[in-house]
Design a protein around this ligand. Structure first.
Ligand SMILES: NC(=O)c1ccc[n+]([C@@H]2O[C@H](COP(=O)([O-])OP(=O)(O)OC[C@H]3O[C@@H](n4cnc5c(N)ncnc54)[C@H](O)[C@@H]3O)[C@@H](O)[C@H]2O)c1
Ligand SMILES: CC1=C(/C=C/C(C)=C/C=C/C(C)=C/C=C/C=C(C)/C=C/C=C(C)/C=C/C=C(\C)C=O)C(C)(C)CCC1
Length: 527
């Protein structure tokens, strides 16, 4: 059960690999339900059978504990396969279109939306959840009937090699291929023509991918990062907020696109919060974080140095943690109390177990700071009263949000996940994974017998016929030029007939009550 040494795919082989999967799409075999189901079933069992190698690879690459490896990577993909297998037939069905989208005049044209695979796709993965974030998009691509090339991150070489072996030994390699390598190999892949590119990684590389894709008008899904804020007000349960936010920075050693970069907290409660934070740390790591078998390590020296630099450059005060050991890329979960938005701990994406605490005078100030630091982060977290949480969600945009916890909104493989603005384009997971690789093709079919009925469209035109057509098909507005609803004859007639109810169901119920009352009255008067 040895994991092979990492090996780049030969650059000169890449055009051939891309061409093969493109050719496989043109055979149309991947469009059948049976092909998709078989691949998903095979992937499920490959995840099961390769579990020891994957656990080993995740340990080698990221020092990931078996608990996290199973919870967020292996079992995640197995659940993805099972979810898709349960719902695929349903997802693939045409949506038949009727009222209110298709008026009666078009009803015999059988309007429907057909779910077509977009074609041949390129999936580029990141290093932090190397298995989940590379194979989950693949589950979406297979489900949609696409052929695909995946390019795992070279920063997690053991995982990349296990994925290559797993896919090549178990899946249909004419339609699904793995290319391993770094920048040259990814650049060679980007030089090929794809029908869609699904990229997970940094905004900097996302920009390179989007620019390259734009040259050939190739659509892209971008799953990027963000400087994610957490808001804590005086109405929060501080002990719980501390514990949950610490969890968000310890899973995968904080190397999570979704985890908080900084905490905006009412200045009066800062000392109590810091006490709770340190207590939560002690409870989680009774023998210190370094000794914990559960805490991962930073992926490599470069990222270790990047996070260290954030701490070296801060003018803030470390109020929890602060230790590090370069020899094993260990960084202790660390909180830094800062007093400036320009501080390195506020300005850079942490993507590690470190975060800042920024005291504010009010929620107004917190919202101003958050919008200044990053207007469209991937996620945000709120710990406050119901009204405060609602206000934050209303006044701050983000890809997703969790109320009263760290990134729990992204803890399910079945609900849509994605960024907004510069934290990402598009979403996936659950049905959204199928949709991400599907083209929704509207199809209609004009029956020959209807020719006379629809002849109005042909030249020479006849305006009087258009008027007649509009009389049947065009609704009159129920609003005036100032945007106000006009309560005309139709409105009052409907209200009268509906006994004051605005809906047909309400009107029916009201008439039922009136008729029942009338019936009882008549019955009583008669007896
Ligand atoms: N939104 C999400 O789902 C999500 C998930 C994980 C990570 N991220 C983000 O990803 C970043 C960390 O991950 P990473 O370091 O693996 O990202 P990265 O952008 O460095 O690398 C991602 C992929 O792009 C390739 N790549 C790197 N440089 C390239 C170049 N110049 N040209 C072409 N391809 C290139 C890599 O080989 C890798 O496969 C963080 O910013 C994090 O927020 C986002
Ligand atoms: C309620 C019943 C039970 C108990 C249920 C329990 C204990 C449920 C607990 C659920 C928890 C704690 C789930 C936590 C999940 C968190 C996850 C999976 C986080 C995932 C994060 C990910 C994948 C991050 C991704 C990062 C990305 C994309 C970017 O980098 C029972 C079962 C006891 C009995 C019935 C009732």
């Amino acid at each position: 059960m040895t994991i092979p040494e990492f090996q780049n795919t030969a650059l000169e082989a890449i055009p051939g690999i891309a061409s093969n999967v493109r050719g496989a799409f043109r055979t149309h075999k991947t469009k059948t339900l049976q092909w998709r189901q078989t691949q998903l079933r095979k992937l499920y069992w490959a995840m099961e059978d390769y579990q020891p190698q994957i656990l080993d690879a995740l340990k080698k690459d990221l020092h990931k504990s078996d608990f996290e490896a199973l919870f967020t990577e292996i079992d995640w993909i197995k659940k993805d396969c099972l979810f898709m297998l349960d719902h695929l037939e349903n997802f693939m069905k045409d949506d038949k279109l009727g009222s209110p989208y298709v008026p009666a005049t078009h009803s015999f044209m059988k309007f429907r939306v057909q779910k077509d695979p977009v074609g041949t796709v390129l999936i580029i993965g990141p290093y932090n959840f190397p298995i989940q974030l590379t194979l989950a998009p693949l589950v979406g691509a297979i489900s949609a009937g696409c052929t695909a090339v995946i390019k795992p991150s070279e920063l997690t070489p053991a995982c990349a090699m296990v994925m290559k072996e797993l896919i090549e030994s178990r899946l249909d390699t004419s339609a699904i291929a793995v290319v391993n390598g770094g920048i040259p190999e990814t650049t060679a892949l980007l030089n090929e023509k794809w029908d869609k590119i699904f990229f997970t990684g940094s905004a900097a590389v996302g920009t390179i991918v989007a620019k390259k894709a734009a040259e050939t008008l190739t659509p892209v899904v971008l799953e990027l990062g963000g400087k994610n804020p957490a808001f804590i007000t005086k109405n929060a349960n501080l002990a719980l907020a501390a514990k949950r936010l610490l969890w968000g920075k310890t899973m995968n050693a904080g190397q999570i696109c979704l985890s908080h970069n900084y905490i905006l907290i009412d200045k009066d409660i800062v000392p109590t919060f810091i006490t709770h934070l340190n207590q939560a740390y002690k409870d989680m790591f009774p023998n210190g974080a370094k000794a914990s078998p559960d805490l991962g390590r930073i992926v490599n020296q470069r990222h270790f140095q990047r996070i260290k630099k954030m701490l070296d450059n801060t003018n803030g005060k470390i109020v929890m943690g602060g230790a590090m050991d370069e020899s094993e890329n260990y960084i202790e979960p660390t909180a830094v109390l800062v007093d400036s938005v320009d501080d390195s701990m506020m300005q850079e994406e942490s993507f590690g177990p470190v975060f800042s605490i920024y005291p504010v005078n009010s929620l107004d100030e917190a919202l101003n700071v958050a919008n200044l630091v990053h207007r469209t982060p991937l996620s945000l977290f709120t710990f406050g009263s119901k009204a405060e949480n609602k206000r934050i969600l209303n006044e701050m945009t983000s890809g997703g949000a969790t109320i009263n916890d760290a990134f729990f909104h992204a803890s399910l493989n079945t609900v849509p996940f994605g960024g907004v603005g510069d934290s990402g384009w598009g979403a996936y997971r659950g049905k959204a994974s199928f949709d991400a690789f599907t083209h929704f093709r509207t199809v209609s079919e004009t029956p020959s017998w209807a020719e006379k009925l629809i002849a109005i469209r042909y030249m020479p035109f006849d305006l009087s016929k258009l008027k007649l057509f509009n009389r049947f098909t065009t609704k009159k507005p129920n609003f005036d030029r100032n945007g106000k609803v006009v309560k005309g004859f139709g409105y009052w007639t409907a209200m009268l007939c509906g006994l004051g109810s605005k809906s047909a169901k309400g009107a029916f119920m009201r008439w039922l009550v009136v008729l029942a009352a009338r019936y009882l009255y008549v019955k009583r008067s008669g007896s």
